[in-house]
Design a protein around this ligand. Structure first.
Ligand code: BTN
Length: 247
């Protein structure tokens, strides 16, 4: 087992070896009374889940993490948290691998040198307003990509382990989370847009049963992707898969 990093308050680390999904374990812990700041770190997941019901291949050495968060903001703003966390993770990875180029990719992925390196799954717990922020980072291996090309920290020449990513992420998240709780989405939204992949570019958006092509013009206050269609009308996308054919 890798050495566990020391996390300061409010974070409290639960280090696990093998688990089905850290998000599922976090839900079980929330139901047993674990609260804000509980961080679950598993070496391996046997049933890791991605967005839109996809499996998340979770080999030893990669980072599989879930954080229980009390958003302290109205539930309708919960999706914003994924963007706050994506900025924190993007900056964490950029600090660990300054030779590589990291971007935030809608909705909550982080990409590195034009390939996906991390994804997030934000879910409710069913306990009060507590949320679970699940994060997977390809540290040592980029499993065969189902949808997007993938890379890992190793592949871009970074030798840091999952524990360093976890500690860095918690450090980056803390001030951004406090700012979002106290002042709302504005600063995190701007930070996400600054780091975003594909703003102003042609985007193909695959929805359930429909594919749209347009220009990715920005992010709205609900975290929705604003797409301008060829006829000049706008669409707000809240869930879908986005591809940038030009890059
Ligand atoms: C995606 O990009 O589709 C989201 C991937 C989220 C994967 C992480 S790994 C830790 C946590 N536990 C899970 O089962 N999923 C998330």
């Amino acid at each position: 087992m890798m050495p566990a990093p020391k996390l300061g308050p409010p974070f409290f680390l639960v280090a696990l070896d093998v688990v089905d999904s850290t998000n599922d374990e976090a839900k079980r812990l929330a139901q047993r009374g674990f609260g804000h700041g509980t961080v679950l770190w598993a070496q391996e997941q046997t049933a890791g889940r991605g967005r839109r019901g996809r499996p998340w291949v979770s080999p030893r050495g990669n980072l599989h993490l879930s954080v229980i968060i009390d958003p302290g903001r109205p539930l309708r703003e919960a999706a914003q948290l994924g963007f706050v966390a994506a900025v924190a993770l993007c900056d964490t990875l950029a600090a660990l691998a300054p030779q590589a180029r990291f971007e935030c990719k809608w909705p909550n992925d982080v990409w590195c040198n034009g390939r996906k390196i991390a994804g997030m799954l934000l879910e409710g717990t069913g306990v009060d307003d507590l949320l679970i922020l699940g994060i997977g980072v390809d540290v040592v291996a980029a499993p065969d990509p189902a949808l997007y090309p993938a890379t890992s920290l190793r592949e871009v020449g970074c030798e840091e382990g999952a524990g360093a990513v976890l500690a860095g992420f918690c450090n980056h998240l803390l001030p951004l989370l406090a700012e979002w709780r106290d002042e709302g989405f504005g600063a995190a939204r701007d930070a996400w847009v600054q780091r975003a992949r594909g703003i102003g570019e042609k985007a193909v958006v695959r929805l359930d049963g429909e594919t749209l092509t347009g220009v990715f013009v920005g992010l709205d206050d609900d975290g929705g992707l604003r797409l301008e269609l060829p006829d000049g009308t706008g669409r707000r996308i809240l869930a879908g898969d986005v591809f940038f054919p030009g890059s």
